[in-house]
Design a protein around this ligand. Structure first.
Ligand code: SF4
Length: 448
């Protein structure tokens, strides 16, 4: 038996996609966990921007790269699914070509199982395509699907993904139990099993940055967010262990850019993030940090802002969502009046410029007016930060789901494609028509 495993991060199928520090961190953790048992891991990242086969193929134009390792993906325009035909925008497969994916799969001999991850619910066509091709090339090999879509839309994934099993637990030991069910032999037993080894970034072709998870879960329960469903408890790692991981990637892969994936990075910072940042400062490596997942405004004290500045934080994102506190009352409790102004002022006093401080606004919430989004854009600008619109995507298992179903003209329950935020699925057509004006306004503020 070869003990070879294939792990696949599938394509994105969407109207737009951008690599903002996007890596399949969960699957990389599973790769790190499973190779301890002697499995030979073949990791196929369909979103690989550095795939040598793509770089050599001159029918594709290399995706542009931006500062700090972000940038575009490879992209090929494809036909829209029937249910999205009405959307007047091109639809694409983001990632490597099908032929390169097939070639990679064909080069792997006698795998014992194929593990596939998933992220956004409405990206499931990419998951289904990857599974169908993997099955064609390796017939009879068990296919196991996990990830966010698999957990949020379990029934749909069981019916349509083509996987033999759809995993709903985040625990990697579940995979070992499934191997047992399929009669897959575990190559070697180990005495000192590391429950959470580093994610296997070394299996990727090239890393421009590393994504870090210093905690899971979030103590808040915003009604539009699935964090409590996916990670019900807040658990924080030992700051010294995180420091070791950062120094490891810096030393062995030469990485300077690190993006935090935490949902609650600064919560209880005196026992966690402050200790980590002080420790990084003592080592004085020349690193840069980014927070694409928003920070909580109420947690940004002047002391933390100073520490972040000294440690090399370059990209700050705050989750404000709206400046209208009558809306906050209905959707979340993560921010109180005055928190936002205080957080921006603390960041500015610590030396961050307006362009460093990006603030997320949720647009397209059920019942939300265009005017309230516009006011939020201007409010952020007035406080010396820059606005970033994020379109609301209705997510199953969130507290706002029922209301989203009620407000949406789409069958968001029966068809995950309709959960796509590009559709603004909970806004009526007149609000949708005004959305471009909001985008233009936010962009104009960012360019000031
Ligand atoms: S604070 Fe952020 S991560 Fe936590 S529940 Fe709210 S949106 Fe989700």
């Amino acid at each position: 038996m070869t003990h070879s495993l294939i792990l696949i991060n599938p394509w994105i199928y969407d109207f737009a996609a951008y690599d903002l520090w996007s890596k399949p961190l969960g699957l990389l953790y599973i790769a790190g966990f499973l190779r301890q048992f002697g499995f030979r891991i073949h990791f196929i990242d369909c979103l690989d921007r550095h795939h040598p086969g793509m770089l050599e193929d001159n029918q594709f134009r290399a995706p542009k790269r931006r500062p700090y390792g972000t940038g575009k993906f490879w992209r090929m325009q494809i036909e829209k699914p029937d249910r999205l035909k009405h959307v007047q925008r091109p639809y694409s497969r983001y990632g490597i070509s099908i032929s390169i994916f097939e070639r990679e799969l064909s080069e792997i001999e006698n795998p014992v199982a194929i593990l596939v991850t998933s992220l956004m619910t409405y990206w499931y066509p990419g998951v289904r395509e990857a599974i169908a091709i993997a099955r064609k090339i390796h017939p009879g090999v068990p296919v196991i699907l996990g990830g966010v879509y698999a957990r949020l839309c379990h029934e749909h994934a069981m019916q349509t993904s083509g996987a033999d099993r759809v995993v709903t637990e985040a625990d990697p030991e579940v995979i070992l139990k499934l191997f047992n069910d399929f009669g897959i032999e575990i190559p070697q037993s180990i005495n000192d099993l590391q429950p959470r080894p580093y994610p296997a970034f070394d299996l990727l072709n090239k890393n421009d940055y590393i994504c870090l998870l210093t905690s899971t879960g979030c103590p808040f329960r915003c009604r539009y967010c699935a964090s409590h469903f996916l990670s019900p408890l807040l658990e924080q790692r030992d700051p010294h262990e995180i420091l070791d991981e950062i120094l490891y990637w810096n030393k062995y892969l030469g990485i300077r850019d690190f993006a935090f994936y935490d949902d609650a990075l600064l919560v209880a910072s005196e026992d966690h993030m402050a200790i980590l940042l002080e420790a990084i400062n003592r080592h004085d490596p020349d690193l840069r940090f980014h927070t694409p997942n928003a920070l909580h405004a109420r947690e940004i004290s002047y002391d933390i802002a100073m520490l972040m500045r000294r440690t090399g934080f370059k990209t700050i994102r705050i989750g404000l969502e709206t400046s209208d506190f009558s809306i906050h009352k209905d959707i979340d409790n993560k921010i109180s009046e005055g928190d936002f102004e205080r957080s921006v002022s603390n960041l500015q006093r610590a030396g961050f410029k307006a362009s460093d401080i990006g603030v997320y606004i949720l647009a397209g919430l059920p019942g939300q007016s265009v005017d309230s989004v516009l006011k939020t854009i201007d409010y952020i600008a007035g406080n010396g930060a820059v606005p970033y619109l994020s379109e609301y995507s209705p997510i199953p298992h969130t507290d706002l789901w029922e209301k989203a179903v009620e407000f949406s003209e789409y069958d968001i329950t029966g068809e995950p494609l309709f959960q796509n935020n590009t559709l603004l699925p909970c806004w009526d057509s007149s609000r949708k028509r005004e959305y471009q004006g909001l985008k233009d306004r936010a962009l104009a503020v960012r360019r000031l």
